[in-house]
Design a protein around this ligand. Structure first.
Ligand code: THU
Length: 160
């Protein structure tokens, strides 16, 4: 038996002011989009902003449905928008932020498992990495270099 240890690198920043200008701007774009969420059921707003290789920034937010499983996550809506508006353009970075009117959130939320798989597909499709920047309303910022850091042993075309 061989036991392997798989490590990943997580950068934490005390505040967005420590980020590069580009990362801070992307996070600001995500935060500015939070009010576009349609989350009457969870009252948990999620926004994702992506920086594309052509320099454009697009945002997406969670879109809920009375039939709960029909809900779309913010990460999924923004990646669908990229595919619809800029097909063939790679995503360089994604910023994700969350907010609720129930309390002040201070811990960054990572993308759900399904969205990790969606981001992974995007990385594989363009053979690139997507940096992911995460922050709640207040508190630390988390940064990973690739969704591979959040989704080890991921399933991809190469497995089929
Ligand atoms: N949500 C996202 O938008 N992205 C995630 O990665 C996790 C969850 C949304 C879905 C739902 O509208 C709300 O957060 C609560 O689960």
């Amino acid at each position: 038996m061989i036991e392997k240890e798989i490590k990943f690198t997580l950068r934490t920043y005390q505040s967005p002011s420590e980020l590069s200008k580009q990362d801070a701007e992307l996070l600001s774009a995500a935060k500015a989009a939070l009010d576009n969420a349609y989350a009457p059921y969870s009252e948990f707003n999620v926004a994702a902003a992506v920086l594309l290789e052509n320099g454009k920034i697009l945002t997406g937010t969670n879109q809920e449905n009375a039939s709960y499983p029909v809900t779309l996550c913010a990460e999924g809506t923004v990646l669908s928008a990229v595919s619809a508006i800029y097909p063939g353009v790679a995503v360089k970075k994604m910023a994700i932020t969350v907010k609720t009117n129930k309390r002040t959130l201070t811990k960054p939320a990572g993308p759900c498992g399904v969205c990790r798989q969606r981001i992974s597909e995007y990385e594989n499709r363009f053979n690139t990495n997507i940096e992911i920047i995460m922050m709640a309303e207040e508190g630390e910022v988390y940064w990973v270099n690739s969704v591979k850091d959040l989704l080890p042993l991921s399933f991809s075309k190469s497995d089929m």
